[in-house]
Design a protein around this ligand. Structure first.
Ligand code: SAH
Ligand code: MG
Length: 210
């Protein structure tokens, strides 16, 4: 019998272009979503069938392209890094998805005006961790009824404030860990959303608007 591992239980299909994007990301240290996280995200999209998705943190367009392909959702995605923005445009055009995936070149904290008239069925937050709460507060007013917010990189490699490794971290990293812990708390205490945080990939959360 073939060896059954967690990763071949994910049942993700990658075409040649997906593999090319993954290769580019790994060679250039672009932190694209882990396979396990992607399987979770695609599962949510399969169930929810969002018409329109907002993504914060495009990088090279890998997750945007994958999310679109599940059920043809229209995607708005925000990226502040010029190199990443250009790479994303190039990849989205190679995939012939310019009419479906709109990349906004801007800091997400300043991009509200570009999307303020749109309603989103799902928001995927995958950018600078320290700002997750600000992103959440800024963009959730655009979420439709029973909309969902999914966040990546929620567990900071397993480090939490009271873990053994915490004290060995730099001041900056400790600050980030505290910010993430505050975000966890804010999500779990938010009565308008039902949130669960999972040890999937690099840590993923889903918050569903009640
Ligand atoms: N979602 C992508 C990976 C994103 S990596 C994928 O899985 O394929 C995180 C990206 O967020 C980086 O490219 C970084 O430049 C961008 N980013 C970080 N903070 C941001 C901000 N405040 N506004 C816009 N983009 C941001
Ligand atoms: Mg991520």
């Amino acid at each position: 019998m073939e060896n059954v591992t967690a990763s071949n239980l994910l049942n993700l299909e990658f075409d040649e272009f997906d593999l090319e994007l993954k290769k580019y990301a790994h060679e250039n240290n672009v932190p694209i979503i882990f396979d396990e996280g992607l399987a979770f995200l695609e599962g949510i999209i399969t169930l929810k069938r969002p018409k329109r998705i907002l993504e914060i943190g495009t990088a090279i367009g890998y997750s945007a392209i994958r999310m679109h392909k599940v059920c043809s959702s229209e995607i708005y995605t925000i990226e502040r890094n010029e190199l990443m923005y250009n790479k994303a445009l190039e990849n989205i055009s190679k995939a012939n998805l310019e009419d479906h995936i709109h990349v906004i070149y801007c800091d997400a904290l300043e991009a509200f005006e570009f999307v303020k008239n749109l309603e989103f069925d799902m928001i995927f937050i995958d950018a600078a961790k320290a700002q997750y709460l600000k992103f959440f507060d800024l963009y959730t007013p655009l979420l439709s009824k029973h909309g969902a917010v999914v966040c990546d990189n929620m567990l900071f490699h397993g480090l939490v404030e009271d873990s053994e490794g915490y004290q060995n971290q730099t001041r900056a990293v400790r600050g980030l860990i505290r910010k993430l812990a505050n975000f966890h708390k804010a999500l779990l205490e938010n009565k308008d959303y039902k949130t669960s945080i999972y040890d999937i990939g690099d840590g993923m959360s889903i918050s569903v608007k009640k």
